[in-house]
Write a protein that binds this ligand. Structure first.
Ligand SMILES: Cc1cc2nc3c(=O)[nH]c(=O)nc-3n(C[C@H](O)[C@H](O)[C@H](O)COP(=O)(O)O)c2cc1C
Length: 359
């Protein structure tokens, strides 16, 4: 099966089957309601600057697609919507576009319809290890990207029959690309999370941000369960359905190492607020935008509005006039997430009433 057909297979599975894992860790975050917020709701400010670009809200639609003729429409609808909303998005892995010129337009359509928006390019680490800086540059040029996400999906690679299993040389490949590319590099997981240890090495390699892509949303082992034909391999894929570091744990781990994009199971504006309250700069989501993008850009815009409204209302009810005031308010953290914070030897009291230093 070609890369482009495999990617389209994934889309069909994601719209028709149950593919999510359980527990993001946001279940263990509780906002303290401020009965007298002393704010004008209409003056709440969600705008942020991320990697040098202004966003009207700290929201990105996470990488999903491109590479198959059928995906042109999906990326076009996403692009029109993010441009209108003043937010940003990533494209799916551009391997197919680099290997087959006939599908380049399924990626470049994004810049065509989102001339001003923050757009990031996307290549998997196995391709970066094998093909190096030139491959990364091609991906960035293809869509005139503001940043490049190097995605990590080794969980998926080991469960899918045709997966790339060689991760040797990953650190050096990321370091080389980070030092030579003209745009910043984001290291991006795809559903299994990034730990504190890996975050430090990625900072050393020159990454400028981390998309933690934690557990609790789309499970790539789960998606592959529907594709793997061999019975034993399918059973093993099932065993890894819930593998990974929950998104909230991963945000805690990385928040003071590099700017964090929180992805993985973020399903509404309250989840977005929780992600930012735990230390993320940006909240991002993939799966909830897939069905709307198959319909129209208006449907994508409705979904963005749903996220924005939930985020803004959470700010109002917690007395935050700017979205990054979420970094300063007290939050109540309990259960497993509290245990994780203890395990990492962060001071829970400091953590739950953080005064983040700018990183
Ligand atoms: C249909 C689909 C295709 C995806 N393709 C890519 C991809 O090509 N590259 C990538 O970095 N992430 C890809 N992802 C992963 C998402 O960017 C995201 O990290 C993950 O789905 C977790 O977010 P969610 O729970 O909101 O879906 C894809 C996700 C979906 C749903």
């Amino acid at each position: 099966m070609t890369t482009r057909d495999r990617k389209f297979d994934h889309i069909k599975i994601c719209v028709s089957e149950r593919v999510e894992s359980s527990y993001t860790g946001f279940e263990d975050v509780f906002f303290i309601h401020k009965a007298v917020p002393e704010l004008d709701y209409n003056e709440i400010d969600l705008s942020v600057n991320f990697l040098g670009k202004e966003l009207k809200a700290p929201i990105l639609i996470a990488s999903m697609t491109g590479g198959h003729p059928e995906t042109y429409k999906i990326n076009k609808n996403l692009a029109i919507a993010v441009e209108n909303a003043g937010i940003g998005m990533g494209v799916g892995s551009q391997r197919a576009g680099i290997e087959d010129e006939s599908v380049v337009d399924t990626f470049s359509v994004v810049r065509e319809y989102a001339p001003k928006a923050f757009i990031y390019a996307n290549i998997g680490l196995p391709q970066i290890i094998e093909k190096g800086v030139e491959y990364a540059e091609k991906a960035v040029e293809m869509i005139d990207a503001d940043a490049l996400a190097i995605h990590l999906n080794f969980l998926q690679e080991i469960v899918q029959p045709e997966g790339d299993r060689n991760a040797v040389g990953g650190f050096n490949a990321i370091r080389e690309v980070s030092s030579e590319l003209k745009v910043p590099v984001i290291v991006k997981e795809t559903g299994a999370g990034i730990s504190r240890e890996v975050a430090f090495t990625m900072r050393e390699a020159g990454a400028k941000a981390l998309d933690v892509g934690g557990k609790g949303g789309t499970s790539w082992s789960g998606v592959e369960v529907y594709r793997v034909e061999n019975e034993i391999k399918r059973e093993v894929a099932k065993d890894f359905w819930d593998w990974g570091l929950p998104t909230a744990f991963s945000i805690v781990d990385c928040h003071d190492v590099l700017p964090v994009i929180a992805t993985g199971g973020i399903r509404n504006g309250v989840d977005m607020a929780k992600a930012i309250a735990l230390g993320a700069k940006i909240a991002s989501s993939a799966l909830p935008f897939l069905k709307p993008a198959l319909e129209s850009h208006e449907e994508v815009e409705k979904k963005i509005q749903y996220f924005v409204e939930g985020l803004k209302k959470t700010l109002f009810l917690t007395g935050c006039s700017h979205v990054y005031d979420l970094h300063k308010i007290h939050i109540f953290v309990y259960n497993l997430l509290k245990e994780w914070i203890d395990f990492r030897e962060f001071d829970l009291f400091e953590f739950s009433r953080r005064r983040f230093h700018d990183i």
